[in-house]
Every structure is written in structure tokens, then in C-alpha cells.
Ligand binder design. Structure first.
Ligand code: GLP
Length: 240
């Protein structure tokens, strides 16, 4: 694991976006694995700025997202599909038919997981962007998720529901379930860039980097991947 400690969120976002933009410039047909949450928003803003100022094109890029809430349609303003359009896709020249997320409003969730796993077998990310949950989750792989898991239905933990409630009108509106790529899917990416910021993530960062590889802290599995770059601000790195 390569660890880069930055002064603040802006520098973290700058470094992450440089890596992703470099991959797209090098390979206009790149597959990007993407994440939601507040951590990658600055990275996505930099990608949009670079696209507008320097013309980096996403016309032939395709994307696969980590996860989606169950029960929210793609036009719901708290769905991850909506988040991705507003925070990234609408600002790029990407063909939105090449962007993929699990469908949280599918009638048959098991069939939807199968569809997504089949898609991921064909679309292997050149780089997978990750955030980190304060309980060590990646995607929505909560503590206890096996390392060989693939896309599956998740019951969100109380701590994740509470963490994510800040974006909803009230905690009661946070969906209790999600569809998420599994840890095995995430580990198949050719490279991984994780962005982490804030003191509330410091314990999870410490466990991920220095602790044992254990399902109790899903992000610890990343120790087994050969090309992981963790970019964290100094607050998130404060226990290293
Ligand atoms: C959610 C997402 C994760 C994300 C995490 C951290 O639970 N499913 O993919 O990494 O939140 O979010 P934030 O970056 O807002 O702290």
C-alpha cells in the first residue's frame, strides 16, 4: 500500500484527480470504478475542471459504481445514480449509456446482483476509486463481509445509517439496505485509489494500514492488492 498524506482535503483531491486523469489520458477507453460520498467530490470537481480547461475526453470511457441504495429510483435526489450525474457525469462528455450502477429499484434484487456481477466480469476497472466508512467499510461491505464476496444485498449497520443520515432530511429516511459490489469485485480492479479525510476516519485508516487482514475491518483486505494508493489528509492519517 502506498500512503500519501496531504495537508488538507483540497490537496488530497488534487492528487487523486491527477492519477485518474493520467489513466484516462493514457487510455481513452479506460474503465473507471467510481464511488460516492463526500470524500471523492473534490476529485470529481477537478476532473470536470480539467475536462473543460484541457479537453481531456471521456467519450470512450466507461464506468462502474460500487453501490446503490435499495428502494431509491435513479431520479431520487439521494440515490447514488443521481449523485454521480450531478457530481461528475453531467460535467463531462461521457456517454451516459456507458455509466453503470447497480439498480436499487429492481424488482428482483438477486437477478440484479447477477446482472451486475456479469457486467463486472467484462468491465474490469483500470482504477477503482474508494472512500472509507468510519467502521472500515468499502463500498457498502460492512464489517463481517467475507473477502470472496461479490455483488450482494446488504443490511446497513446502525453506524452507517447514522453516518449517512447527514445527507437525508431525517435518519428515518435513510434506506436500510443497499446493493454493493463485493470485496472480490473490488479487488479485481487493476489499481485502487482511496481518498480519506477527517479525524472520524483515523481509527479505520490505522486498522486498514497496520492491522490484521480481517473481515471485521473490510478495508484491511486492500493490503492484499498489489497497486493501492491511499491518499489521506493529515487528520485521517493522525493515528498512523
Ligand atoms: C457510503 C458509501 C461508501 C463511502 C462511505 C464514506 O457508505 N457507500 O462508498 O466510502 O459512505 O462516505 P464519505 O466519503 O461521505 O465519508
Amino acid at each position: 500500500m502506498k500512503i500519501i498524506v496531504t495537508e488538507n482535503y483540497e490537496e488530497m483531491s488534487q492528487k487523486a484527480s491527477e492519477i485518474i486523469i493520467g489513466i484516462v489520458k493514457n487510455n481513452p477507453n479506460a474503465v473507471l470504478g467510481l464511488a460516492t460520498g463526500t470524500s471523492p467530490i473534490g476529485t470529481y470537481q477537478n476532473m470536470i475542471k480539467d475536462h473543460k480547461e484541457n479537453g481531456t475526453s471521456y467519450k470512450n470511457v466507461s464506468t462502474v459504481n460500487l453501490d446503490e441504495y435499495v428502494g431509491l429510483t435513479a431520479d431520487h435526489d439521494q440515490s447514488y445514480a443521481y449523485f454521480m450525474r450531478k457530481n461528475l457525469f453531467d460535467g463531462l462528455d461521457i456517454d451516459q449509456t456507458n455509466t453503470n450502477l447497480p439498480c436499487g429499484s429492481a424488482k428482483d434484487l438477486k437477478a440484479e446482483c447477477d446482472r451486475y456481477n456479469a457486467l463486472l466480469a467484462k468491465k474490469v476497472p483500470d482504477v477503482q476509486v474508494l472512500g472509507l466508512g468510519s467502521n472500515g467499510h468499502i463500498g457498502f461491505n460492512e464489517p463481517g463481509t467475507p473477502i470472496d464476496s461479490v455483488t450482494h444485498l446488504v443490511d446497513l449497520t446502525e453506524s452507517t445509517i447514522k453516518d449517512n443520515s447527514r445527507l437525508f432530511a431525517s435518519v428515518d429516511e435513510v434506506p436500510r439496505q443497499a446493493l454493493s459490489m463485493g470485496i472480490k469485485n473490488i479487488m479485481q480492479a487493476k489499481s485502487i485509489v482511496m481518498v480519506v479525510s477527517g479525524k472520524n476516519k483515523a481509527a479505520a485508516v490505522k486498522g486498514m494500514v497496520n492491522g490484521a487482514v480481517t473481515p471485521d475491518l473490510p478495508a484491511s483486505a486492500l493490503q492484499l492488492h498489489p497497486f493501492v494508493t491511499v491518499i489521506c489528509d493529515k487528520d485521517a492519517a493522525s493515528l498512523l
